[in-house]
Write a protein that binds this ligand. Sequence first.
Ligand SMILES: [Zn+2]
Length: 306
Amino acid sequence: MSHTAPPTTAPRAVPRQVAPRFVPAPTPPHDLDVGLPAAVDLLRGRRVAVLTGAGISTDSGIPDYRGPDSPPRRPMTYQQFVSDPAFRRTYWARNHVGWRHVHRTRPNAGHDAVVRMEARGAVVGVITQNVDRLHTLAGSRSVIDLHGTYAAIVCLDCGDRTTRDALARRLEALNPGFAEAVGSVADVEIAPDADAVVESTEGFRVADCERCGGMLKPDIVYFGESVPRERVERAYALVDSADALLVAGSSLAVMSGLRFVRHVARSGRPVVIVNRGATRADVEATLRVHAGTSQALPALAERLTD
Ligand SMILES: [Zn+2]
């Protein structure tokens, strides 16, 4: 009896073979000349939910670090923040300088156009991935700050919430003259989450929770964190109260926003994307318009509310 079995070795784990999903290549996006009338055709007479990202705030002076022309920037993770005191010190030192810049920014023509569309009943509400509060400042009534806001601070231990304003006064008292010294050296580079690039953060003193001494964090959803469930459900409820979804100024790089696009597309309702550059939902979109939001949204508002 011949023995042809292979030599006995421990079975090796073989990665499960997964058939690649067929993904058709998206057609190129339209420019505004062609895209605007097409968008009006799709959205007119429908109740529209709006999903916005960093691209809508660039004309307010807040950089889009995922935009096509942006330098690569490694975002902070939640794990880094909670596990490394030196990292946290650097974070707060930069934020102490950067948040004032974000605090001074004003809404632009894109934010204002969303307000007009809401006031005339064309838009049912906004879900934003931005933490800059510019939609609220512009006057939008129904706004879901999906990733939180730079203007609120939360204690990770007791859950106490305070304003960034109140924290600024405490940080200033702990670090007199720090922000002014940095600000006068050079124009600081500001990130969308109010982080500024600061050369030296040594000696910066971090503030702890006034109630319990616990760890304070901006009420922003960082990489490695998930959006609170209740907020996700409110966002789904908003898109489900709409007949169409308009994405403005987002490359939809993170799932927290992308899932709403997929949800609406799967239901057969139109999805219109206005963005400079490619997005992760290009194949799912009904229409893509390659344009800046400060041009496209006022033009759209004019035609949807006349
Ligand atoms: Zn606390």
